[in-house]
Design a protein around this ligand. Structure first.
Ligand code: 1GP
Length: 254
């Protein structure tokens, strides 16, 4: 089954997913990288996201290869630009940054990437990407040259997601930005959840099992964990347990 179909089916069933984000720029220690890959496999992680707002090292392919040679978990590119396309990935988040008004990230980069993706077997996942403010300026807000949606403007976020869905985007990604000071609030997640039917990805600043659970309860279909694992990879076990328990209770209630 394709990744999009899997996510849509899981959304209908109320099941949740977890993705581990690997920023190739921060994956310069092969031993630590392998540890994270094996830990992700042991904890039944659903996806790897690979990418970053700014990649200064040429090891995107190496990171993907390192994952592929050890485990069967799908690798989804989470590109900061059209330069971050690697044909060995399974899928790509084809991100339109709908919270911003930077035409290059709404349609420009996509035009450059389209012919490359057309001739590739990679699954393209049309995704409405929404940055939500989270305290200090994040790299993604700075690099994208966009203003995130203020964290207390719930209806602005809901209408943005609605418009994205009406434009045909299949996934909505609410992101506070990697290493965000504050994660996206349950109230914000739930406001967006009520406005759309598409599966919703939530990430940025999820640094504890409690924050992960709050995001799931508020309506996130998938949570993304990156930065906190660089400091403490073992946190993954505690966070993925929440996702596992959630899915077990859905199974039990059938
Ligand atoms: C960032 O949503 C991802 O784009 C993950 O964020 O690195 O803060 O976990 P963290």
């Amino acid at each position: 089954m394709k990744i999009l179909e899997t996510l849509q089916q899981r959304h209908r069933l109320g099941k949740k997913s977890i993705a581990v984000l690997i920023d190739p720029d921060k994956a310069d220690d092969p031993v630590k990288l392998k540890h994270l890959i094996h830990l992700s496999s042991e904890n039944c992680i659903d996806f790897f996201f690979v990418g970053g707002s700014l990649i200064t090292t040429p090891n995107l392919s190496e990171v993907i290869q390192s994952i592929k040679e050890d485990v069967n978990i799908p690798v989804i590119l989470f590109p900061g630009s059209s330069l971050q396309i690697d044909p060995s990935a399974d899928a790509i988040l084809f991100l339109s940054l709908i919270s911003g008004r930077n035409p290059d990230l709404l349609i420009g980069q996509h035009v450059q990437a389209a012919p490359i993706l057309k001739n590739n077997r990679m699954e393209v996942l049309p995704t409405g990407y929404m940055l939500i403010s989270s305290g200090r300026t994040t790299s993604v807000a700075y690099i994208s040259n966009t203003t995130p949606i203020p964290e207390d403007k719930y209806s602005l976020a809901a209408c943005t997601a609605m418009a994205g869905e009406m434009l045909g985007l299949q996934l909505i990604y609410l992101d506070a930005g990697s290493g965000a000071e504050r994660e996206i609030s349950p109230r914000m997640i739930s406001a967006v959840r009520k406005s759309i039917n598409a599966p919703m990805i939530v990430g940025g600043g999820i640094t504890s099992p409690q924050k992960a659970l709050s995001a799931l309860e508020a309506g996130a279909d998938m949570i993304v964990i990156g930065n906190s694992l660089e400091k403490n990879p073992d946190l993954l076990t505690e966070i993925s347990d929440r996702v596992y328990d959630w899915n077990q209770s859905v199974e039990a209630g059938k």
